[in-house]
Design a binder for this molecule. Structure first.
Ligand SMILES: Nc1ncnc2c1ncn2[C@@H]1O[C@H](COP(=O)(O)OP(=O)(O)OP(=O)(O)O)[C@@H](O)[C@H]1O
Length: 311
């Protein structure tokens, strides 16, 4: 049985299309990335899957339960951990009190272990916590009842790089323990570290569904190099060089063979060099063309939410 399965799922807010005709499945036990730029429709999809929004068309199953079956979905939520993109926790509660409330709703078999693991200052009021500490508390609540499916909406926002690494290690362990993780992000470099497969959503449509390695190999690297010699564009005319700019420094995206790149660079005296993953937007533009005209959040308004209770 798939942990999640979407079939022609669409959600419109009035005239505004958030997502349209999404179909894909997440296998049990995989860490699945749901990747897309801001406004692509990730949060809407997640909230529709969890029953907080009513789909405009299509169906989906979550742990085998149709999202149209409200009672069964409600029951299934006890096996789901949900981390919202913007967790709103009563600022007057201490972390401990908040977790007590969560425990009453869904249990807390993993509370001690997780509080210690993420080093959450549970005796302080939530309103006094830094963004990172609030996010750690929200992560703990998502896993506290040992769910079989974790649905995480931009889980690493607010975490510093060290904590992101802690979180990534934690996710890998969850996968080894058999938990299914559905993980939204707009950062390819983040998703690549933990996910097996990714669905790429763009302008509300599924643009790609592939394993991470294949997406990355097509994405390429962004190279910025400063050399001692005078150079021109023709010096960098090798296979795999795209979007070349030559001025004080040389910048390009590279999708070719790394040995060729190293051989090319070895001809110059390198003063400075940066090689980083191509940003997601570049990958999109190269493989899927320009985006439709961007929709602004000016169109965002409170709509038919079914109330975002704890899961
Ligand atoms: N309540 C709403 N009413 C009207 N339009 C909305 C509402 N919520 C979202 N939208 C619109 O639906 C589209 C998808 O938004 P959504 O928040 O699902 O995207 P996202 O991929 O999660 O974005 P982000 O990464 O910025 O959170 C956007 O155009 C957004 O403006």
């Amino acid at each position: 049985m798939a942990a999640l399965s979407l079939s022609g799922l669409s959600k419109f807010y009035g005239e505004t299309r958030a997502v349209e005709d999404l179909s894909f499945s997440v296998r049990e036990g995989e860490v699945f990335g749901f990747l897309g730029p801001n406004g692509a429709g990730k949060t809407t999809t997640i909230r529709t899957l969890l029953g907080f929004l009513h789909p405009t068309a299509g169906d989906a199953t979550v742990l085998g339960v149709s999202i149209h079956d409200r009672d069964a979905l409600q029951e299934a939520r006890s096996r789901i951990g949900y981390l919202p993109s913007d967790p709103s926790i009563d600022p007057d509660l201490t972390g401990r009190r908040f977790l007590d409330e969560q425990a009453a709703l869904k249990g807390d078999v993993r509370r001690e272990e997780l509080v210690e693991r993420f080093d959450v200052p549970v005796d302080r009021r939530v309103g006094e916590l830094s963004r990172g500490n609030r996010q750690k508390l929200a992560i703990v609540q998502a896993f506290v009842h040992d769910p079989s499916l974790a649905v995480l909406d931009e889980p690493t926002s607010g975490l510093d790089p060290l904590l992101q690494e802690t979180f990534n290690t934690f996710l890998r362990e969850e996968r080894a323990a058999g938990t299914t993780v559905f993980f939204s992000s707009h950062v390819l470099s983040e998703v690549r570290k933990v996910c097996d497969r990714v669905a790429v959503v763009r302008d509300g449509h599924l643009a790609a569904l592939e394993d991470v390695e294949s997406l990355l190999s097509r994405g390429g690297k962004r190279v910025r190099v400063h050399v001692g010699e005078d150079v021109s564009a023709s010096d960098f005319d090798i296979e795999g060089v795209h979007d070349l700019h030559v001025d004080d420094e040389v910048r390009f995206t590279f999708t070719g063979d790394y040995d060729d790149l190293v051989a090319l660079l070895s001809r110059f005296s390198i003063r400075d060099l940066d090689v980083e993953e191509a940003p997601l937007e570049d990958v999109f533009v190269r493989f899927y063309g320009e985006s439709e005209s961007p929709r602004t959040d000016a169109t965002r308004r409170p709509a038919d939410t079914g109330g975002e209770g704890s899961v």
